[in-house]
Ligand binder design. Structure first.
Ligand SMILES: Nc1nc2c(ncn2[C@@H]2O[C@H](COP(=O)(O)OP(=O)(O)OP(=O)(O)O)[C@@H](O)[C@H]2O)c(=O)[nH]1
Length: 342
C-alpha cells in the first residue's frame, strides 16, 4: 500500500530564509495538486499560519515551541492524521518547520509515526543567500543540517551580484556534495522538483543521507539545539503603533534580535492598511496588505533573537503605542514608506 501513502515533505531553513514565501509559491502554483500544510512557528503567535495563502481548511498550525522537541510523535501524528483523512484527498503534505527546528529530529518524528496513511517525503532546506555566511559563522552546525537535505534551495539570489551568487553556490556544493542546489528568487521553485514521486526520498525507507546511527544519535536528544540559544518574544496590542517611534525601535534594535515578523496597524490617514513587517538581520521590509474581513485592528509581532531581554523589548514596543493615530499627518509614514514594497 506504500504508493497510496501521502508523502510528507519537510520545509526547513534558518530564520527568515524564505520558507513561508516558498510555501505560498507552491500553493499558488500547485496545478491541481492538493497540498496540505502544517506550519510550526517559534513563539506563541503563529505569524506563519496567518501568512499562508488560502487553503485554510487544509492548514493546521502548531505554535509556541518547536516541532522537533515534541516529546514523541503523537502531537505531529495527530496533526498529520487530521490532514491525511481520505476526505481531504491530499496528494502531499508540507510541514513548514520553525526557523530554528532541527531537521533530523523532524525526520525522526516522521519515521517514528505509526500512521500508515503517510510517508516521509524528503527534506527541503531553504538557505538565505544574503545571510548564509554570517549564519554559518555563528552556527557551524548548519553544514550538518544541510547535508541531510534532499534539495537545497538557495533563495534571495536577487539580492546578490552574479559573482557572489556563483561563489556561494560553489560553497554550498562543497558542503552538501551531491545534494541538488537550486537558486531561487522569492521561493519560485518548480513544484515538480518537490513532489515528483520518483524522488529517492519518497521511498518508505530511511532517507539516503541519514544512517540509522545518525538517527539514533538524534533520538538521544543530547545535542545542542539551535533554538535553545534563541528566544521568541510576542507582542500583541489593539492600539495603533506610531510610525516614527516604531522605526526608532527598529533602527536601534538590539544586535541579537535577528528576526522580526508580524502585522502592524498604523491607522494614520491614508495608511490604514495592515502592514506586514519582516526583518531578517539588517534587512527590513514593510508591505501594505488588506485586513481580512472581521479582523481586529491589532498589531502583532514576533521577535526572535539570542541574548535579548523580552521585558525590555515589550516595554519599548509599548512605548510605540499611539492612542490617536487619526490625528497624525500622512507624512509621519514617510519613515515607514522608505522600507515599503508595494
Ligand atoms: N529580496 C528577496 N526577499 C525575499 C525572498 N524570499 C523571501 N523574501 C523576504 O524575506 C522575508 C522572510 O521571508 P519568509 O518567507 O517569511 O521567511 P521564513 O523562512 O518563513 O521566516 P521564519 O518563519 O521566521 O523562519 C520576507 O520579507 C520575504 O518577503 C527573495 O527571494 N528575495
Amino acid at each position: 500500500m506504500g504508493s497510496a501513502r501521502i508523502p510528507v515533505v519537510i520545509l526547513a531553513g534558518h530564520l527568515g530564509a524564505g520558507k513561508t514565501t516558498l510555501l505560498n509559491h507552491l500553493l499558488g502554483n500547485a496545478d491541481g495538486l492538493r497540498i496540505g500544510v502544517v506550519v510550526n512557528d517559534f513563539g506563541s503567535v503563529n505569524i506563519d499560519a496567518m501568512s499562508v495563502a488560502g487553503h485554510v481548511d487544509s492548514t493546521v498550525s502548531l505554535s509556541n515551541g518547536c516541532l522537533c522537541c515534541a516529546v514523541d510523535a503523537s502531537g505531529l501524528d495527530d496533526l498529520l492524521g487530521r490532514l491525511a483523512r481520505p476526505s481531504r484527498r491530499l496528494d502531499v503534505i508540507v510541514v513548514e518547520a520553525s526557523g530554528l527546528a532541527e531537521p533530523r529530529d523532524l525526520i525522526r518524528l516522521l519515521l517514528a509515526s505509526d500512521n500508515d496513511a503517510i510517508t516521509y517525503g524528503g527534506l527541503v532546506e531553504v538557505v538565505d543567500a544574503v545571510e548564509f555566511e554570517r549564519t554559518r559563522e555563528r552556527h557551524p552546525e548548519v553544514d550538518a543540517q544541510l547535508r541531510v537535505a534532499d534539495l537545497v534551495v538557495l533563495n534571495k539570489v536577487d539580492r546578490l551580484a552574479a559573482d557572489d551568487r556563483h561563489r556561494l553556490t560553489a560553497v554550498l556544493r562543497d558542503i552538501v556534495e551531491e545534494v541538488p542546489v537550486v537558486a531561487t528568487t522569492r521561493g519560485r521553485l518548480d513544484p515538480g522538483l518537490l513532489f515528483d514521486r520518483r524522488l529517492p526520498a519518497q521511498s518508505d525507507s530511511v532517507p539516503r543521507q541519514l544512517s540509522f546511527d545518525e538517527l539514533l544519535a538524534a533520538t538521544r536528544h543530547d545535542h545542542d539545539h539551535l533554538h535553545e540559544h534563541y528566544e521568541a518574544v510576542d507582542f500583541v496590542t489593539d492600539q495603533a503603533l506610531h510610525p516614527r517611534r516604531l522605526m526608532d525601535f527598529l533602527d536601534a534594535r538590539p544586535t541579537g534580535l535577528y528576526r522580526i515578523k508580524g502585522f502592524v496597524h498604523f491607522g494614520v490617514p491614508g495608511h490604514r492598511e495592515r502592514y506586514t513587517v519582516h526583518a531578517v538581520g539588517s534587512f527590513l521590509r514593510f508591505e501594505p496588505t488588506r485586513w481580512r474581513r472581521g479582523e481586529g485592528r491589532t498589531s502583532t509581532l514576533v521577535l526572535i533573537g539570542s541574548g535579548v531581554d523580552p521585558e525590555d523589548i515589550r516595554a519599548r514596543l509599548r512605548a510605540c503605542e499611539e492612542p490617536a493615530p487619526h490625528a497624525l499627518p500622512p507624512e509621519s509614514m514617510l519613515c515607514v514608506l522608505r522600507h515599503t514594497q508595494h
